[in-house]
Design a protein around this ligand. Structure first.
Ligand SMILES: [Fe+2]
Length: 279
């Protein structure tokens, strides 16, 4: 049976009625698009009922392992959705949030010492300035939240050897929109365990599971769209093979020897946030 005479698809679409209580035309329209694509996939793959049930079971397994977002990430859907939702090309693009942000981190001073003296790794100062994407003018007093893994690519909430809230911080920009985070250079990491549904799929697909080293940050200011993004480091060999395709050029920053702090590297970050009125 070809696509043209897929009567089941036609019936599934016409089963959506507009004249019943609770019907939502927008959801109906979007569901119709999904039906078209899903039926086309079934047709192209010539899926049997048993194969369809196997896929449903597999998706349940992914959900039970809490890896549905990872599935979106590894398919490139998350990055594509972020691209599609970009409303201001002058603003710093959003990037994947990931599973590791945490609420309730207390606000500390600026500069923020994210790494203790005992934390192993290459010392790094992340020096940022926040400005308005429309006017270019400095945005004072924005709140900045930063989180990152250690030099071995481990976040504190998945690693018992690290103290609570290690390598996490919250600070406020000064009147000139500036902030400074004194930290260490993070290591990259592997997403998904091999024994999970996604891990096994990636193995079967011959896919690399590596995430390029990065620091996550979020910038919050009243009147502006909250920016959740990441910093990647120029020259890192894993940037081109990042397994969720999030190492876009706008987020790759140069790393220089620090002109003042001995033993530190310096990363300068220019962050442009989007006024709410621009949406
Ligand atoms: Fe991450």
């Amino acid at each position: 049976m070809n696509k043209q005479n897929n009567l089941t698809l036609q019936r599934a679409i016409s089963a959506m009625r507009e004249d019943v209580a609770g019907a939502d035309p927008e959801i109906q329209a979007r569901f119709a698009v999904a039906l078209h694509h899903l039926h086309a996939m079934l047709d192209e793959l010539r899926l049997t009922d048993q194969q369809l049930y196997a896929i449903a079971g597999w998706l349940k397994q992914v959900a039970d392992q809490d890896e549905l977002i990872m599935l979106c990430d590894m398919m490139g859907l998350t990055m594509r959705a972020l691209e599609l939702s970009r409303t201001d090309t002058q603003a710093t693009p959003q990037n994947v949030t990931g599973p590791f942000p945490k609420d309730g981190i207390p606000e500390g001073p600026n500069p923020c010492r994210l790494a203790t003296d005992e934390e192993p790794g290459q010392r790094l100062e992340l020096k940022g300035r926040v400005r308005d994407a429309e006017t270019g003018r400095t945005v004072a007093q924005a709140q900045v939240v930063v989180w990152q893994p250690n030099q071995f690519g481990r976040y504190e909430n998945e690693d018992d050897s690290q103290s609570e809230d290690n390598l996490r911080g919250k600070l406020r920009c000064n009147a000139d929109g500036e902030f400074s985070v004194l930290t260490i250079r993070p290591g990259g990491y592997i997403i998904g365990r091999e024994d999970t549904a996604i891990g096994l799929l990636m193995k079967q697909l011959g896919r690399n599971r590596e995430r390029a080293p990065h620091i996550h940050y979020r910038v919050v200011h009243p009147g502006y769209r909250t920016l959740t993004s990441q910093v990647y480091f120029a020259g890192d060999p894993t940037n081109p093979v990042d397994c969720i395709f999030s190492t876009i050029e706008d987020h790759i920053v140069e790393v220089a020897a620090h002109p003042v702090h001995k033993g530190y590297q310096l990363v300068e970050l220019d962050i442009a946030i989007e006024p709410e009125t621009a949406r």
